[in-house]
Design a protein around this ligand. Structure first.
Ligand code: AMP
Ligand code: GLY
Length: 424
């Protein structure tokens, strides 16, 4: 079959690497892809939000399945676009329709969904410009720290954790009345702070059945020891030692089942991934957020642990018979170290030549922000490469991924050398 994968990051590189290994995949196209994805398929120069262009390409190239990597096209309704078109409606899209994508696209929607289905989450209230004064009063009545979340997509920047009431009040004003995060902060969710350790749980669903993919831990801060600015993610590890059987059983019973059943009860057709950002608070799971896609850099640690045919699983999602497909997970540890551009997550360097990838010994290198300039591989994004090692034990995986990252070079490059070592 012919598969079209949308996206251009490390997540899509890991998807492409895995899909290309499937005997079911004849041709893989990646739109727009990066320098690394062209090893596994053919890059196509179409933006992920160019629905017309994607649709035309799918028809011209007899695409049998579309896998959507990032959230933006899902929240903007790419799946609905396919369903509404006579020629496209029979091409399955893996990724929810606009309504289901609201689980990520609107924090207020996802909060209300969790309340309706009794899913454990931080207590919260939502405010708009019209209710700003109520919001300011409310902030003075809840404990510190205070979490403020822009309702809409804000490229991972829309969450603020405030240490004083005054700071929270100032930020709430700026979000609601000065559009601090643009349209995304025209509604703000104020919520209780959850104390604990975070992890990411991934569910694949056809709308009725589900499979739980390997969980992972993401490292969001730029600096070692989890210090400094937030990033898109500096590395990941799977499995997560504290997510033991008992914990994962609570996650399944209290969160995954009510989520999948809740979607069904509300007639929200959902075929795709549900990424559940969780806080482990003294052994109890609480939902921090839902995303309507896989995580990045978590996917780079999750895909190498999936031993079964990933295309077969995608077909299960598309055809509604995921229960008949096999998910086999390697009893090994995958560790991912993200190599980033100098300056990231602020203004960062670009167009630097990358060398040394051929010296990597025991890791898979997934490209994130790269492009080909004649023969040279150059940097284009803040997150440049994800170096993943799959090993029998965690220590070896962490050590190998870190050592392999050090074999690669580009001007200004940086990576954390402590990814995962806190879990040992
Ligand atoms: P989100 O965009 O919802 O993932 O939030 C970004 C980050 O803010 C999360 O990964 C957490 O580290 C933190 N965060 C969000 N909500 C809370 C909360 N209620 N309590 C503590 N930390 C939170
Ligand atoms: N790694 C977090 C995310 O993909 O949103």
């Amino acid at each position: 079959m012919n598969i079209l994968l949308l996206g251009s990051g490390g997540r899509e590189s890991a998807f492409a690497w895995k899909i290309a290994q499937s005997p079911k995949c004849e041709q893989l196209f990646i739109a727009p892809g990066n320098a690394g994805t062209s090893q596994y398929g053919k890059n196509v120069d179409i933006k992920v939000t160019d629905f017309e262009g994607i649709g035309r390409f799918a028809i011209d190239n007899a695409i049998n399945l579309v896998l959507v990597g990032p959230e933006e096209p899902l929240v903007k309704g790419i799946h609905d676009f396919f369903l509404a078109d006579e020629k496209l409606k029979n091409i399955p899209v893996v990724g929810p329709q606009r309504e289901g994508a609201q689980l990520e696209g609107s924090k207020d929607f996802s909060k209300q969904f969790m309340v309706r289905h009794n899913i454990p989450a931080a207590a919260s209230k939502t405010f708009t410009k019209d209710t700003l004064n109520d919001g300011l009063t409310y902030l003075a009545t809840i404990g510190l720290p205070i979490v403020l979340k822009a309702d809409g997509l804000a490229a991972g920047k829309g969450v603020l954790i405030c240490l004083s009431v005054e700071e929270a009040q100032q930020e709430l004003k700026e979000m609601l009345t000065e559009a601090k995060f643009g349209e995304a902060s025209s509604m703000v969710v104020v919520e209780q702070f959850l104390q604990g350790i975070e992890l990411s749980v991934f569910v694949m669903t056809d709308g009725t059945h589900y499979k739980i993919l390997p969980e992972a831990k993401d490292y969001k801060r730029i600096g070692e020891g989890d210090t400094g600015l937030n990033t898109g993610g500096m590395g990941s590890v799977s499995p997560v030692p504290f997510a033991d059987k008992a914990f994962m059983q609570k996650v399944e019973e209290r969160i995954i089942i009510p989520t999948v059943e809740g979607l069904k009860k509300e007639n929200i057709s959902y075929k795709g991934f549900i990424f559940i950002g969780l806080m482990n608070c003294a052994g109890e799971p609480w939902v921090i957020e839902y995303n309507c896609r896989m995580g990045d850099p978590e996917t780079e640690s999750v895909m190498p642990r999936v031993q079964s045919d990933f295309v077969d699983l995608l077909l299960g999602v598309a055809e509604g018979n995921l229960n008949e497909r096999k998910l086999i997970i390697a009893d090994k540890t995958a560790a991912t170290v993200m190599m980033v551009a100098g300056g990231y997550p602020g203004e960062y360097l670009k167009h630097k030549t990358i060398t040394g990838i051929e010296n990597v010994r025991g890791s898979q290198v997934f490209h994130a922000g790269t492009y080909l300039d004649n023969e040279a591989i150059k940097t284009s994004g803040g997150r440049v490469l994800a170096v993943t090692s799959l090993q029998d034990n965690m220590f070896t995986a962490l050590q190998q991924a870190t050592a392999d990252a050090a074999r690669i070079y580009f001007d200004g490059m940086y990576f954390r050398k402590d990814i995962g070592f806190d879990l040992l």
